[in-house]
Design a protein around this ligand. Sequence first.
Ligand code: FAD
Length: 387
Amino acid sequence: MSMLVVGAGLAGNAAVEELRAQGYDGHVVLIGAEQHLPYDRPPLSKDVLLGDKDVAATGLHDAGWYAERDIDVRTGTEVSRVDPVRRVVVTPSGELGFEKLLLATGSEPRRLPVEGAPAAYLRTRDDSAALRAALLEQPRLTIVGGGWIGLEVAAAARHAGCAVTLVEPQARPLLGVLGKRMGSAFADLHREHGVDLRLGTTFEGASPVPADLVLVAVGAAPRLGLAESAGLDVDGGVLVDATLRTSHPDVYAAGDIAAHDHPTLGRLRVEHWDNAIEQGRAAARNMLGADTPYERSPYFFTDQYDLGVEYVGRVPREHLDRVVVRGDLAGRRAVVLWHDAGRVLGGMHLNEWDSTDHLRALVGRTVDVARLEDTGVDIADLAASLS
Ligand SMILES: Cc1cc2nc3c(=O)[nH]c(=O)nc-3n(C[C@H](O)[C@H](O)[C@H](O)COP(=O)(O)OP(=O)(O)OC[C@H]3O[C@@H](n4cnc5c(N)ncnc54)[C@H](O)[C@@H]3O)c2cc1C
């Protein structure tokens, strides 16, 4: 019998690392559909496209690392079904049994029909290598979708000297995540760098844009097929309790697919790097019996041109306009807080790297509204006033 992890991405890799770090000495199997050993995804839309990192350097460990720890990694192996009653998963080469199972199958890009130019998507190492090669040819690039990945690719493509048009149906990029004011800040950033932003229009509705390549970046959908085949409770994600356990007591889920019952934030499905790693670790500890709720606040980072951003928390749409900006938005050095009557829901910085710990301290806590909204009060002093 063994600890079985399906999905050799960020969450799956973190889970097997943690199983061994915790001293578990039984059989550990990590199964991944891709041909590659686990690798990091954030550089795929940043350093790799900018030419600052070879795609091969995104690997998390080499084969020897897993072998030394006696972790049985099976790449190029797609699990077709999970049977939690018989405690087996089905692979092309037969069934594998488990004592505890972690599902970490991640997400896949949503697709759109594209006519007139080749369509590209960005999820995997191979996608990134192909896009990097394409950008070197300086195609006229149309990007569909003004979310994080679309914006990061726009920055890399401008760096490569491509003419870039970005089509986004909402009035501003990232509107549903950051609200109007910060969405405008990202629109300004990309306009200043020469991106032709077509906002408030769909790809189908945009007046024809001559393009040699169309990158479709309209979000990702969690891969839920295995969980559904197993009869687990699923509702837009695999439903897991606070400890990342699914509706079956021996099956856990982590990363992009997990719709987690967060102890303070409620039901949450997070598609971020930090969440995948930390949930992978937490799920591993709970598979070993720790039974501890996962309580971390969502965290995200992005790099575009000379702008570096970190974001902590989760701001419901109805609170996005309650935003306080400290610093110089146009100069891209600022700290931003969203709140509800003094309760800090989210925080973000633009190139103010010393503020990260203060943001982490503030999110989820309630502070005096007048001081919170007084941009003359330093973020460090605001955080210090908590204790
Ligand atoms: C280009 C890109 C850039 C990103 N940049 C950032 C960023 O800057 N900051 C940030 O916070 N987040 C970023 N993210 C998001 C972050 O990378 C994801 O949230 C994270 O990878 C999710 O990890 P995961 O383990 O849940 O899924 P994944 O990393 O997607 O891994 C899931 C794995 O499971 C495998 N799998 C699926 N089904 C099966 C099956 N049936 N059998 C076997 N294997 C299977 C898949 O092939 C895949 O390899 C980025 C994502 C992408 C794609």
